[in-house]
Design a protein around this ligand. Sequence first.
Ligand SMILES: Nc1nc2c(ncn2[C@@H]2O[C@H](COP(=O)(O)OP(=O)(O)OP(=O)(O)O)[C@@H](O)[C@H]2O)c(=O)[nH]1
Ligand SMILES: [Mg+2]
Length: 347
Amino acid sequence: MAAPGEFTKRAFLNGRLDLSQAEAVLDTIRAKSAIGLRMAQRHLRGELAREVDGARFLLLGVLAHVEASIDFVEEDISFVQREELERVIEKATTVIKQLESTARDGRVLREGARVVIVGRPNVGKSSLMNRLLKQDRAIVTPLPGTTRDVIEESIDLDGVVVRFVDTAGIRESTDPIEREGIKRTQSAQADTDLVLVVIDGHAHLTNEDRQLLKTIADSSCLIVVNKEDLPRAVDITELPSGAEVLVVSAKTGAGLEKLKVAIRARLVSPGFEVSESLVVTNVRHRTALRRAQDSLAHASESVRNGLAWELLAMDLRVAADTLGEITGMITTDDILERIFSEFCIGK
Ligand SMILES: Nc1nc2c(ncn2[C@@H]2O[C@H](COP(=O)(O)OP(=O)(O)OP(=O)(O)O)[C@@H](O)[C@H]2O)c(=O)[nH]1
Ligand SMILES: [Mg+2]
């Protein structure tokens, strides 16, 4: 009796398919959309394996030289130049990063993105939300603390489905309803692709603004300075340097188109289209790419700091082996068991 995925597994064990191709058989069977099918077929043709193997062979080549240097350390002979090491590590890292970035782009294009609008009360978050949606979805009043709940609505932003989330303004409050709203704002910020931090351009920065800017400093965010139709009071140079700042008026609509373009650019790399790119869709591949990238970062540090060859060799080896896991050059029964058990019998 054939076991689940037995025929695909045999093809893999006999070297007819690499592991990423075997997984693509499953993705092909399961594809629910034309895009999903096209992405799976690229993998089925071995395109991912080719990219990954290219980087892996580069690393193995330089690793052989590093290992030779370890063997001849007494003689003080070096078999590889520092520049060569740096070049190879950088090249492999570029390939890996590029592949990894497609995972995010692919997911966003397939499933859409979530963009959360935050800011202190009354800066115009709900007004901005309504402008972006082109409908009066959220209640707007001159009273601070108007929005109490999390409001979500999607639009199509040039082919990307973006789900905007309007939230309660963040401030110290004793009102139990408002406090619950603020709690929800904070949880809405988790698991999001982009945060829009709205600032009132017609007022000076407050401590609440500063506090908020500090907490989101390292996450992916755009700073939106609103109320541009009124005289500017906020000092733009006071905003965190390096952050992308857009000036708009939710009232007149000024700057809105630019903001939309900026949002889309932050969600999907410019020029990236699922139909034309090799997209990493598999979580196993993505984590392997991340781990390989980490090892290469360590390796590059060793080169820069002139650390021992042994450490460098270890990191290069781990990076190469991790890439090998994607194609199945390096594999364990566990991994195979997990992959092929998902197939049905006779495939
Ligand atoms: N002049 C001007 N007023 C604006 C602009 N955007 C919003 N407002 C006004 O600012 C006030 C607050 O707007 P909201 O959109 O409710 O602000 P919010 O940030 O959602 O406020 P909370 O829900 O209380 O946190 C309202 O009176 C809006 O009409 C703008 O671009 N220009
Ligand atoms: Mg509001």
